[in-house]
Design a protein around this ligand. Structure first.
Ligand code: ATP
Ligand code: MG
Length: 154
């Protein structure tokens, strides 16, 4: 489904849908966030982090590639299936091999990791073939769209 966001508070509401989906049916621990520069991938990740009780300031991992944050079960809920948020920005990578070189395969194996990958097309070979891809678009200064694949049902 496509969601239209007119503000960061709308984007936060879309993030709430995503977090509720993760609680109900965590069919994957890895998600791709695809879309142009400035389309809201990092903004959406920040909203998710806030909902998971991550108090550390979440910044774009463009230069460091990967950042990890402990999820606070007191905020996310004791039933929330993941313990660590791993935020990856693959913009500067040229292949999945480069992601594996920083230990991504090991990250994937741990089911307590929730892995959100910006620019998944850059490293698609390293991602599980079933990775849901969420699409972000820039419409105008304050308007963005967020589209989940049909199989997610949100
Ligand atoms: N409705 C909205 N939803 C989300 N972000 C919005 C919205 N309106 C304006 N913005 C602004 O758009 C910008 C989106 O930037 P963001 O860093 O999230 O993009 P990105 O997709 O991660 O880009 P990049 O590919 O460079 O990492 C932010 O500055 C945010 O405040
Ligand atoms: Mg970003």
């Amino acid at each position: 489904m496509i969601h239209i966001s007119h503000s960061l508070s709308d984007t936060k509401k879309v993030a709430e849908l995503f977090v509720a989906y993760l609680c109900a049916q965590p069919t994957s621990n890895t998600f791709g966030f695809s879309g142009d520069l400035g389309s809201g991938k990092t903004a959406f990740t920040k909203c998710i982090a806030e909902l998971l009780g991550i108090s550390e300031h979440v910044t774009s991992p463009t230069f460091v590639i990967e950042k990890r944050y402990p999820i606070d079960a007191r905020v996310a809920g004791e039933d929330f299936p993941f313990k660590v948020l791993i935020h990856i920005d693959a913009y500067r990578l040229e292949s999945g091999e480069e992601l594996n070189a920083i230990g991504f395969e090991r990250d994937l194996e741990d089911p307590s990791h929730l892995i959100l990958v910006e620019w998944p097309e850059r490293v698609i070979e390293a991602l599980p073939p079933t990775t849901p891809i969420i699409r972000f678009s820039f419409v105008s200064e304050h308007i963005r769209t967020v589209e989940f694949p049909d199989m997610m049902g949100i």
